[in-house]
Design a protein around this ligand. Sequence first.
Ligand SMILES: NC(=O)C1=CN([C@@H]2O[C@H](COP(=O)(O)OP(=O)(O)OC[C@H]3O[C@@H](n4cnc5c(N)ncnc54)[C@H](OP(=O)(O)O)[C@@H]3O)[C@@H](O)[C@H]2O)C=CC1
Ligand SMILES: CCCCCC(=O)/C=C/[C@@H]1[C@@H](C/C=C\CCCC(=O)O)[C@@H](O)C[C@H]1O
Length: 335
Amino acid sequence: MTLRRFVFKSQFDGLPKHSDFELVEEPIREPAPNEVVLEALYLSVDPYMRVFARNVPTGGTMFGTQVAKVTKSKHPGYKEGDLVVGHLGWASHSVVNPDQVKSFGGEVAKPYILPDLGGVSPSTGLGVLGMPGNTAWFGLTKLCQPKPGETLVVTGAAGAVGSLVGQIGKILGLKVIGFAGTDEKVQWLEDDLKFDRAFNYKTVSVTEALKEAAPEGVDCYFDNVGGEMSSDVMNQMNTYGRVAVCGSISAYNATTPVLAPIVQPTIITKQLTLTGFVSSRWKDCWFEGIQQMLHFIQEDKLVVRESIVEGFEKMPDAFISLFTGDNTGKVVVKA
Ligand SMILES: NC(=O)C1=CN([C@@H]2O[C@H](COP(=O)(O)OP(=O)(O)OC[C@H]3O[C@@H](n4cnc5c(N)ncnc54)[C@H](OP(=O)(O)O)[C@@H]3O)[C@@H](O)[C@H]2O)C=CC1
Ligand SMILES: CCCCCC(=O)/C=C/[C@@H]1[C@@H](C/C=C\CCCC(=O)O)[C@@H](O)C[C@H]1O
């Protein structure tokens, strides 16, 4: 039996390329005491990989999370057939001691057994019932602290996190306005996800769109893209508005520093609160977040969409699609 893994061949320069990765194949060794053999079922590609790949040495396995099945176990906490979510990288199989698995940042991050999802696909353990779902749920509720009747803007609105943020906003009684990069995505947000309004940021002025759609002003902004769009949104915010600074994907592939209109005068005069965050901030209530999102699914309150890419060898294609906007909802690779 062999395993395949993608190694990082050269540092990214601009948009990631296929030639930045190399697929290598090697035998799968037998597990030692306290080790398990894991077979990847679904693998996640996420925008943060573009940013933090600079920490990976050339020849190192690309990092990332996956849902994997335990196929052999010599560890008392795991049995054959268990499904786990873990930082196992871009690898088709792994032989690891779960107690020693580390995230790309170097912290020990023991793979967790996927909770009972009541028949929902295990792939969602990488999306709505995992990191992106918790990012949306906790980021919106804890940092934007929305009140019913307020107006929420979300950018990257048709993606893994953004599509959930907007829908949670509707569940919480907000007026929701989304920005995404194609007319099809805009239509999906309005027709299927019931956003109050959505706009294609590539063809409209964000400022004019908000003056028209939110004349009352914006109270909460869930920022997935950064840059000029975010300056434009903040300029339309109300006094004491709250911004959850989640991501800045508009600049991840930039080769020179990205400039955007300064926002300090707006932040000061409107007394805005901007809070940057990473989802692990809520690691102590991680499973509560998953249960909350599962309840929303079971109550038919959430439309969950995945862009499933078939085949482990397609990992680079799936990853690149995040930056070309080819995905809608969560991108997952089915091994
Ligand atoms: N703080 C945290 O803990 C976390 C932060 N994030 C951040 O949230 C954001 C969304 O992540 P995620 O939901 O996983 O990814 P998405 O599923 O939203 O995929 C990325 C999307 O970003 C949009 N995009 C790409 N390039 C640009 C650009 N130049 N300008 C504007 N939009 C662009 C594309 O949609 P379109 O067609 O609309 O352009 C693309 O589909 C990212 O910034 C990510 O880094 C994600 C998870 C956790
Ligand atoms: C400018 C980069 C913004 C990245 C935003 C993003 O997508 C975050 C995702 C986190 C991700 C990375 C978290 C922390 C980085 C620590 C840096 C380091 O250790 O070198 C991961 O934790 C999943 C998401 O919560």
